[in-house]
Write a protein that binds this ligand. Structure first.
Ligand code: ADP
Ligand code: ZN
Length: 220
């Protein structure tokens, strides 16, 4: 196996994929590449990509494969990712993205594919309660009784609900996940490179499981 930690993280929306990807990236000293985050930033900056993606994102649909592949190709081609590797969070999302990704990473293929497994029932509850700081991205859980004007404890930014964390969009995103993304798990399982990790438990417990899988794999 060539050096570097190149991880693809799968998991239903709300499985904790973003949090755990970020922790793994920090632990192994590689960039955390979240395609959802890249797209949301593009929308905020009102860039060409952002304008193309805005309504698609709000509806919880998938952004065009070609656009996604070129975004990711550009990002993993940057120095930090080329040298150390990456944790890829939110990509690939379709078989077309996965096969395109295979062909652009032939020289340095991904070495861990992880499915962070949490059932649909559990994630619906988590997502409906999820709130995010518009400025720093800190994640909060609404338990009821929050002020309408909720300020982030870390940076003072506005804490809001993502458009696509409203019930209709949540169910739609989960349906999209089952039909388009779940088959990818079989795709990687077929190659023997898939690790299924139980996503239930505290963030620390889940992180320990993930870290162990990667460290064990690196020692082989
Ligand atoms: P979640 O997994 O919770 O839906 P993400 O932050 O990963 O959230 O993605 C948010 C949105 O960004 C998706 O609903 C989709 O519209 C778009 N998106 C992110 N990654 C991709 C991708 N690889 N292909 C197509 N669309 C994507
Ligand atoms: Zn904040």
């Amino acid at each position: 196996m060539s050096t570097g930690v190149r991880i693809i993280m799968f998991g239903r929306q709300g499985a904790g994929k973003g949090t755990q990807s970020s922790r793994l990236a920090q632990h192994f000293g590689v960039p955390h590449i979240s395609t959802g985050e890249m797209l949301r930033n593009a929308v905020k900056q009102d860039s060409v990509v952002g304008r193309a993606a805005k309504t698609v994102l709000e509806r919880g649909e998938l952004v065009d494969d070609e656009l996604m592949v070129s975004l990711v190709q550009g990002r993993i081609g940057q120095e930090d990712a080329r040298v150390a590797g990456y944790v890829l969070d939110g990509f690939p999302r379709t078989i077309a993205q996965a096969t395109a990704f295979d062909s652009i990473t032939r020289a340095r293929p991904v070495n861990f594919v992880i499915d962070l497994d949490v059932t649909r029932d559990v994630v619906v509850g988590r997502l409906s309660a999820r709130r995010i700081c518009d400025s720093c991205g800190a994640i909060y859980t609404a338990a009821g009784g929050e002020p309408a004007d909720w300020k982030c404890a870390k940076c003072g930014g506005q804490v809001t609900q993502r458009h696509d964390d409203r019930p209709a969009a949540i169910n739609h995103r989960l349906d999209v996940y089952e039909t388009l993304t779940a088959p990818l798990i079989s795709y990687y399982r077929g190659r023997g490179s898939l690790h299924v990790i139980d996503g239930l438990g505290s963030p620390d417990e889940v992180f320990e499981r993930l870290k162990t899988v990667v460290e064990t794999g690196l020692r082989r």
